[in-house]
Design a binder for this molecule. Structure first.
Ligand code: MLT
Length: 242
């Protein structure tokens, strides 16, 4: 059966795909990455990397005997999809890149990762939620959708601190995927939110132009979490692509 693997972003778990799981036409595989949600973390935070995440996803696919799948990742999930394309191209039937970017962290962004990891360790996940909720949601979501604000806040609060510190290391150390873009030979859909502060739509459109044949879809009234903020428009775009 045709399968699609949904790879969540940071600092979330597979529940960020809860509107997609019942709505997509294909078999969905939506794991929690190591150290997120209910999945056991890696033995040490130093072991986290986009490569380690990619390898864990391949292990999941192997255990389900799925040879090839559409790989759909949001933000950090997109960085991991790039890694899957780089390391395991034979397992990737097509790619969906949501609210993500190809560039590595700047020096300033890396300092921000370290500061957030330190806050998570000293103050816990409440500090992470305070720092991120306003950045990951569109202004219209923040103003008019208290249910989504609450859901996203609760999802952040339930993440284990060691997994979050590890994820920040993986984000900080991820490679620049810009050189990969022109070499991608599978069908690609790029989905952006028109009010995404972290992966702005203009940059995503440019990224799509660098990938041969890629399609680009802009979701209105969506921030960095388009699948949760505008599930119907997101699902329509994804089902159409599938
Ligand atoms: C995510 O949603 O995965 C993060 O925003 C990624 C990042 O901070 O680069």
């Amino acid at each position: 059966m045709n399968a699609i693997m949904l790879v969540h972003g940071f600092p979330f778990d597979h529940q960020m795909w809860r509107h997609q799981l019942p709505a997509l036409k294909w078999r969905c595989v939506a794991p929690d990455l190591p150290g997120a949600g209910a999945t056991r973390g890696l033995p040490s935070t130093d072991e986290y990397s986009v490569a380690a995440y990619a390898t864990s996803l391949i292990t999941t696919l192997d255990s389900l005997e799925i040879e090839q799948t559409v790989c759909c990742g949001l933000s950090m999930g997109g960085y991991i999809v790039f890694e899957l394309v780089r390391r395991y191209p034979e397992r990737v039937r097509a790619a969906v890149l949501c609210n993500t970017k190809a560039e590595a962290d700047t020096a300033e962004a890396r300092r921000g990762r370290d500061a957030l990891a330190a806050r998570a360790q000293t103050e816990g996940m409440a500090a992470v939620a305070t720092e991120l909720v306003n950045r990951v949601l569109a202004h219209v979501t923040l103003e008019q959708r208290p249910d989504v604000v609450r859901e996203v806040t609760e999802m952040i609060l339930r993440q284990p601190v060691p997994g979050i510190v590890g994820a920040l290391r993986a984000l900080r150390e991820r490679p620049d995927s810009t050189p990969l873009l022109a070499t991608i030979r599978v069908p690609v859909l790029v989905i952006a939110g028109d009010d995404d502060q972290i992966a702005p739509a203009a940059g995503m459109e440019e990224m799509a132009r660098s990938i041969p044949g890629a399609q680009f879809v802009l979701i209105r009234d969506a921030g960095h979490l388009a699948p949760l903020e505008q599930p119907r428009a997101f699902n329509d775009a994804l089902n159409e692509f599938l």
